[in-house]
Design a binder for this molecule. Structure first.
Ligand code: GLN
Length: 551
């Protein structure tokens, strides 16, 4: 019988519910349980695919092509839970399917209402994940308790325990215990209020996970327990982690959260095996190299916009035992100040995916700088398209080259709309999405990284490399390192003469894990480390040389 854990959040947003849910999933898996993860988002957009990164951060793409919330990235990085379209639902999707059923007459003339029709639909999508080979479903409810939008979801999870039995459900509530400097103490009142709101709608949390910057005393935990009607051993402290997010699961184990869940849900679990996680932490704490990577994008000030990119760079750092300083650089700054001022001193340059014209010229400049200075370059999606534009303009000699996404009048559209996109007018869920195969050239750098000629990577784009220009590019030294199996679409471009110049039409960042870095990120970071080493050797040689002259 599948058991259900519901994760809610109170007091404020951005408490790290996704990270905590992912950590719980990971710990249960490491205790031999089969886990499925799910996120329910209270906003009305059908999926985040049409939302601005400023509003929502990155759109995380799954193998099946669904465009989902970035918390699913945490789930995939921490657990082995298979994620699909069923792993992320929004209010928009829930209403859409209820309204479609109503139009088909499925409600037989009844008035369609939030309770029971919307709540039934929510319960259906949760129950959908239960199966013979699933021990635990972890469902995270987005938003904060008290929001109008989240009410139907909270009502649905309340009812859920009546349907499947109280003993098969566990409610875990994340709250904030803020430290007030003026008073010099931690405050438990916001937690009391948010649990009060949950209890008003009939949900008594079983476990409270208290986010805090300072250690919560036993006395304060007792107080929280008393006022929130939770035993003290179920008041778990989750302190801020300044060093790494990968410490979170370890601190939860320290506070025996895994044990508590297993006991409360009467799960049959094995003893905890955290060897790989400890190894990861050991690598993080004992770096042997130090490098700096510049990520040149359009949303540099918004860390969530390129979440998986930053994570994947970190994973490659863990792989190579390298401490990596990642600098987010606004591409418009490269435009206004020039690449020398903004990019000199970095050991690698990465241009991530994106949409819209703003900052394109800065990205093209950054790529030119990387190409001409032999600095390792990694282009992803738009970063590949910009690399093609740069090469066309500055190497092939097509000075007006552009993408038809940005300049309809250019004579040379080296990047053009995919054929299948010609008649697409709807914006939601209509790009070339999800896992697609590619075949690699055995001479390519990409092949050296993957060690395989056949790969599957996730996509999210409407534009592609224009095949009319393939020959011209090849004649000027560009290599097409990966193609779709029918040869029709360019998936990877490379400059073999360069230290490391690989640009890909897909999004490898979605398949990187802390315990298993993505091969291309590992290759890129490896090349950056090599560059740094060569540079310091050269500096040393010059110093030695100068000394010799002196003496
Ligand atoms: N805007 C480009 C396209 O649609 C690139 C998309 C991306 O970087 N994800 O093809």
């Amino acid at each position: 019988m599948t058991k259900f854990i519901f994760v809610t959040g109170g007091v404020v947003s951005s408490l790290g519910k996704g990270l905590t849910s992912a950590s719980v999933g990971m710990l249960l898996e490491q205790r031999g349980l089969r886990v499925k993860m799910q996120k329910l988002d209270p906003y009305i957009n059908v999926d985040p695919g049409t939302m601005s990164p400023y509003q929502h951060g990155e759109v995380y793409v799954l193998d099946d092509g669904s465009e989902t919330d970035l918390d699913l990235g945490h789930y995939e990085r921490f657990t082995n839970s298979p994620l699909t379209r069923d792993s992320n639902y929004t209010t928009g999707q829930i209403y859409l399917s209820v309204i479609e059923k109503e139009r088909k007459g499925e409600f037989l003339g009844k008035t369609v209402q939030v309770i029971p029709h919307i709540t039934n639909e929510i319960k259906r999508v949760i129950q959908k994940l239960a199966s013979d080979d699933t021990d635990v479903v972890i469902t995270e409810i987005g938003g904060t308790v008290g929001d109008i939008e989240s009410q139907p979801f909270l009502e649905a999870i309340r009812q859920f325990s009546l349907d499947v039995g109280k003993e098969n459900c566990l409610y875990m509530h994340l709250t904030l215990v803020p430290y007030l400097k003026a008073a010099g103490e931690l405050k438990t009142k916001p937690t009391q209020h948010s649990v009060g709101q949950l209890r008003e709608i009939g949900i008594q949390p079983d476990i409270l996970v208290c986010r805090t910057e300072k250690t919560i005393s036993r006395e304060d935990r007792e107080k929280i327990g008393l006022f929130c009607n939770v035993p003290i051993d179920a008041v778990i402290e989750e302190k801020d982690k300044d060093f790494s997010i990968y410490e979170v699961p370890l601190s939860l184990v320290h506070n025996q959260l895994d044990e508590l869940i297993i006991r409360k849900l009467r799960l049959e679990a094995e003893s905890l095996d955290l060897d790989r996680w400890h190894d990861l932490m050991h690598r993080l704490r004992n770096p042997e190299h130090e490098i700096a990577i510049a990520v040149v994008g359009k949303y540099a000030e918004h860390r969530d916009a390129y979440k998986s990119i930053y994570e994947a760079i970190d994973h490659a750092g863990i792989h190579h035992r390298a401490q990596i300083r990642i600098a987010s650089i606004q591409s418009e700054q490269v435009e206004s100040e020039g690449p020398e001022r903004t990019l000199a001193g970095y050991d690698g340059i990465l241009v991530p995916g994106g949409f819209g014209e703003r900052g394109i010229e800065g990205k093209v400049e950054a790529i030119r700088f990387a190409r001409e200075r032999n600095i390792p370059y990694f282009g992803i999606c738009l970063g590949m398209q910009c690399a093609a534009i740069e090469y066309a303009r500055n190497v092939v000699g097509l000075t007006s080259a552009h993408s038809s996404e940005f300049d309809r009048n250019s004579e040379h559209h080296v990047i053009c709309l995919l054929d299948e996109q010609q008649n697409v007018t709807d914006m939601g869920g209509t790009m070339r999405l999800g896992a697609q195969p590619a075949v690699l050239d055995k001479e390519s750098n990409a092949f050296r990284c993957y060690g395989d000629t056949e790969i599957q990577e996730r996509h999210r784009h409407r534009y592609e490399f224009n095949n009319q220009y393939r020959q011209q590019f090849a004649a000027h030294g560009m290599m097409f390192g990966g193609l779709s199996p029918d040869g029709g679409l360019v998936e990877i471009i490379e400059i073999p003469e360069h230290a490391w110049f690989v640009a890909v039409q897909f999004h490898p960042e979605f398949k990187s894990k802390p315990t298993c870095a993505h091969p291309l990120f590992a290759g890129f970071v490896g090349a950056a480390i090599q560059r740094r080493q060569l540079k310091s050797e050269r500096v040393q040689e010059e110093l030695d040389h100068a000394k010799q002259i002196d003496s």
